[in-house]
Design a protein around this ligand. Structure first.
Ligand SMILES: Nc1ncnc2c1ncn2[C@@H]1O[C@H](COP(=O)(O)OP(=O)(O)O)[C@@H](O)[C@H]1O
Ligand SMILES: [Mg+2]
Length: 255
């Protein structure tokens, strides 16, 4: 098996579709019989819940603090393999205090790299040490945004952090693009939002992705059923958008 492709979703703003996108892409890749691991790096545990993983047993917190290995923490769900998180992870800012703390996740992932086709990382709404660990460990970064001016505020902090990690810790980090989520084609993107997104994309040497994810009620419903979108509502517009997104970024997965 070739080396896994590691993909992280990031934006220090909450509510922009990070967790939703990780969950949906896990579903799309799994539907193509790819071997998928989802890792929840947000203490809120939304991804763990959405994919039907238990938040009571061993979690990513135990893995990165050295209490157990990834193998011990991996749960097999009907959706894909999952490493869950829970609120204990919020203590990791203090616990990860040794030299090299930025590299812990990368190092722990090493033994898994030939066992999965895709490893997806969900990150917390903060530019914390957990987020940095995700940037260091990942191959690809996708930055979701909602089409409002507000969601673009604070973005310079995000771009500064990404560029610093790329410069000092992970030269191969590939920012794949900015992804508009919760998009409504009936309301064209305002000129201001489009211009701002282009500026951000230029700063990050990436592009605004062609695929935009439609705002669909089924997206919000799927987590309650602990099903990925493609299982819960395969014919919904948003599900088709996520299939298109996977085709735009990972055509090799969709053959
Ligand atoms: N395309 C969409 N259509 C409708 N609701 C969406 C869509 N994408 C995300 N949401 C909803 O928006 C909220 C925030 O999304 P979420 O993925 O949790 O954001 P984040 O992880 O960035 O905080 C959730 O309630 C989710 O169900
Ligand atoms: Mg989230």
């Amino acid at each position: 098996m070739p080396r896994s492709r590691i993909i992280a979703l990031t934006n220090q703003k909450g509510g922009v579709g990070k967790t939703t996108t990780v969950c949906a892409l896990c579903g799309v890749f799994s539907s193509k019989n790819k071997k998928v691991l989802a890792i929840d790096l947000d203490p809120q545990g939304n991804l763990s819940f959405s994919l039907g993983a238990s938040m009571e047993g061993l979690t990513i917190h135990d893995v990165i603090t050295g209490r157990c290995s990834f193998d011990d923490a991996i749960q097999r769900t009907e959706n894909c393999d999952v490493v869950a998180s829970n609120i204990l992870l919020s203590g990791s800012e203090l616990e990860l205090n040794s030299a090299g703390r930025e590299f812990i996740l990368k190092e722990k992932l090493e033994p898994l790299k030939y066992r999965y086709d895709y490893i997806l990382l969900d990150t917390p709404p903060a530019l914390s040490i957990l987020t940095i660990n995700a940037y260091v460990a990942t191959d690809d970064l996708i930055v979701p945004m909602t089409p409002e001016i507000l969601s673009l505020q604070g973005i310079s902090q995000l771009t500064d952090t990404i560029l610093a990690v790329k410069k000092y810790y992970n030269k191969a980090l590939d920012v794949r693009g900015i992804l508009f989520t919760r998009y409504n084609a009936r309301y064209l993107l305002s000129k201001e939002v489009e211009d701002m997104a282009d500026i951000v994309a230029r700063q990050l040497s990436c592009k605004v992705l062609e695929t935009k994810i439609t705002h669909n009620i089924q997206v919000a419903e799927a987590p309650a059923h602990q099903m990925t979108l493609i299982r819960y509502a395969p014919s919904s517009r948003a599900s088709k958008d996520y299939v298109k997104l996977a085709g735009e970024l990972y055509p090799e997965a969709m053959q």
